[in-house]
Design a protein around this ligand. Sequence first.
Ligand code: URA
Length: 188
Amino acid sequence: MEADLLILRDEILAHRGCGFEPCETAARMVPGEGNPAAPLMFVGEAPGATEDSLGRPFVGRAGRLLDELIGEAGLVREDVWITNVVKARPPKNRDPKAPEVAHCMPWLERELAIIRPRLVVPLGRHALKHFAPEAKIGEVHGRVLEAGGRRLFPLYHPAAAMYNQTLKATLFEDARALGARLLDPEFV
Ligand code: URA
C-alpha cells in the first residue's frame, strides 16, 4: 500500500506538459500526504500560494485552521490523509475549471482506492461537487452522507471560515460531531 502511494506521489511530482493552466503556471505539483492507514481523508479544492511554495497540502492559514479542526475531532494531522481535488495551484487562486478537475481526478481516485478511508471529508462546495454533485454544502455539512458508493462527512472549507465567526463556530461543532462519529462503536 505504501509503495503504491509512493509511486503515485512520484508520478504527480513528475507531471509536466498537460497544457492545463494550473500545471503550467504553478511552481510545483502538490501531492496528498499523511497516514496511509488513515480513517479519514480530507479533500480540499486546490493548493494556494503557501502550498505551492512548500509543495504540501494545507500548510498555510487555512491549513492551520484545518489542523485545529482535526484536533477538535480528537486526532492529529499525522493520523489522517490530506489532499486536494486539483494538484496544482490555479493562477491567482481562481476556482479550478471543470476540465482541470477532470484531468486531476484519476489521481484522487487512486488515492481513494489505495487508502480506502472510512470517511471522506470534502472541504467546501468545490470538493463536495465531485463526490455528490447535487448536494449543497449548507444542507449537508456536519453529518454523514452516502453518495456514489462512498461515505462522506462534508465540512465547510476552512478558508471560508477564517473571516466568518459564525461559520467558524459551525465548523468546530461539525469537527466535534466528526470525532464522535469515529468513536461510535456501531460505526464501521
Ligand atoms: N485550500 C485548499 O483547498 N487546499 C489547500 O491545500 C490549501 C488551501
